[in-house]
Design a protein around this ligand. Structure first.
Ligand code: 5AD
Ligand code: SF4
Length: 467
């Protein structure tokens, strides 16, 4: 697996010009329809917004129906193996569709498209996939489409294209909340993780470009932004300009947008300055996703997480003590190679100490060429599943307890949509990121309202609007 090469400034400029030219030349694909399906993390969701923006700048219109689309793109994830099965299952349907509609263009992009074995497999066995582009080649999509001649085209080599500033060429899913990339890639090289290989080394955006985007979002009426990166607290470490995440956060806060969030934080880079800034500014939301991955020092070392159980707990309590009303969620992997029952018990003990507000839990999945994929993994899948279930039971109890604490309180909720559970209600998030289904009119969508919490479940709250 290759690591990214730096593109020189001239190449970047040429690419940026290319996009610009196509943006003003709207009609090349006028009247054509595209459908895009997204798998995986928020980074992919936001990449899809960029792809949609590019396609619409070329004249494409979005469609929700694969049967009438001229272009179908799958934006894929590679973080765990089962992601492959889902994608290739859907590709099977598309292959069939293409038999009836030979002009259909099928595209594959995202992290999976950066995996060498997948690219080889596509070349050898999936000739009906027309274009393949990597996470770093999104800006080359217009060129690939324009030059497409019916012959499979694969472009996953250049790895730095995403650093180009698109002048906000996104078709955003919401006009209330927005993602703002602050960096791409990751340098942490946790031994189980494929991200540093698929998304490349860490590259931070320049402070001025981030602030410009946030100001534009505020002026456009957005109420909430989420600063996005694989490891946001390492922001700036790769820049010439001396800047840290805490400074960026403070500057973003001063722009005055109503709510600011950020994901994801690595415990290793979480500084006291960050804690101070979060507690000082009311518009920085008291919610931190702080993946721990394991409670066993032996496993943390094998994972190359760079902190111990004790160091994680020290940070955890510091955050809890200093940031009012903060909620903390985490990620945990069970069944990492070498995880003995006693290691798993240490994870359970850590969860008992932290009583997380929520957690995403995963069974270890060996990913191509990562160091952990070469470690001896002798635990049966059945035992891994047993551990996962035991862990989930504990986690869900704490999520429910955390939610029960809000019963009877008044919470400030940013209403973002009609409730998925009940069309007569609306839904939104509290400051500390709890989902609430609310008895309130649809006209409250886009507003921050006071909500009295009347019921609490493991994964959501119910409330009524206070007038
Ligand atoms: N197997 C299982 N879980 C993984 N994650 C990342 N890589 C793997 C893997 N190979 C989990 C980690 C990470 C989250 C986004 O996905 O917990 O924090
Ligand atoms: Fe993967 Fe670790 Fe980087 Fe997160 S910090 S993206 S788990 S390598």
């Amino acid at each position: 697996m290759r690591l990214p090469n730096m593109l020189d400034a001239a190449q970047r400029k040429a690419k940026a010009n290319y996009i610009y030219e196509h943006r003003i030349n709207q009609k090349i694909f006028g009247g054509k329809k595209y459908y895009i399906r997204t798998y995986g993390c928020q980074m992919n969701v936001h990449d899809t917004e960029e792809i949609k923006g590019l396609l619409e700048s070329l004249g494409f219109n979005e469609s929700e129906n694969i049967n009438i689309s001229d272009l179908i793109i799958l934006n894929t994830c590679a973080i765990r193996e089962n992601a492959h099965d889902k994608v290739f299952g859907f590709l099977g349907r598309l292959k069939h569709l293409k038999k009836n509609n030979p002009n259909l263009i099928i595209g594959l992009c995202g992290c999976m498209a950066q995996e060498e074995s997948v690219v080889t497999y596509i070349k050898e066995k999936h000739s009906y996939i027309d274009i393949v582009f990597g996470t770093h080649n999104i800006c080359e999509l217009p060129k690939m489409l324009e030059e497409y001649t019916g012959k499979q085209k694969i472009n996953v080599d250049s790895k730095e294209g995403n650093v180009i500033e698109f002048d906000n060429l996104y078709k955003r899913d919401s006009n209330i909340t927005a993602w703002v990339n602050i960096m791409y890639g990751c340098d942490k090289f946790c031994t189980y993780c494929i991200v540093p290989y698929t998304r490349g080394k860490q590259r931070s955006r320049k402070l001025k470009d981030i602030l410009k985007e946030v100001i534009e979002l505020k002026n456009a009426g957005y109420k909430e932004i989420t600063l996005l990166g694989q490891n946001v607290n390492a922001y700036g470490k790769d820049l010439e300009e001396k800047i840290e995440f805490s400074t960026l956060l403070e500057k973003v806060s001063k722009i005055g947008i109503e709510r600011i969030r950020f994901v994801t934080s690595h415990p290793w880079d979480f500084t006291d300055e960050m804690i101070d800034v979060i507690s000082k500014y009311d518009n920085i939301m008291p919610y931190i996703h702080l993946p721990v991955q394991s409670g066993s020092n032996k496993i943390l070392k094998l994972m190359n997480r760079k902190y111990t159980n004790e160091e994680y707990l020290t940070l955890f309590y510091k955050i809890k003590n200093k940031i009012k009303n903060v909620s903390i969620t985490t990620d945990i992997i069970v069944g990492f190679p070498g995880e003995l029952e006693e290691d798993f018990e240490e994870t359970l003990n850590l969860v008992k100490k932290c009583q997380f507000d929520g957690a995403f839990t995963f069974i270890f999945s060996a990913r191509e060429n990562t160091p952990a994929s070469k470690m001896k993994d002798s635990l049966s899948l059945e035992e891994k599943n047993n551990r996962l279930q035991k862990l989930n039971k504990l986690i869900n109890n704490y999520s429910k307890e955390s939610n029960l604490k809000t019963l009877g309180t008044i919470q400030k909720v940013l209403v973002t949509s009609i409730s998925e559970r009940d069309n007569n209600k609306v839904a939104g998030y509290t400051e500390n990121m709890k989902l609430v289904n609310i008895d309130a009119p649809a006209s409250s969508i886009g507003k921050i309202i006071d909500v009295e919490i009347i019921d609490a479940k493991s994964f959501s709250l119910d409330g009524i609007m206070k007038i």
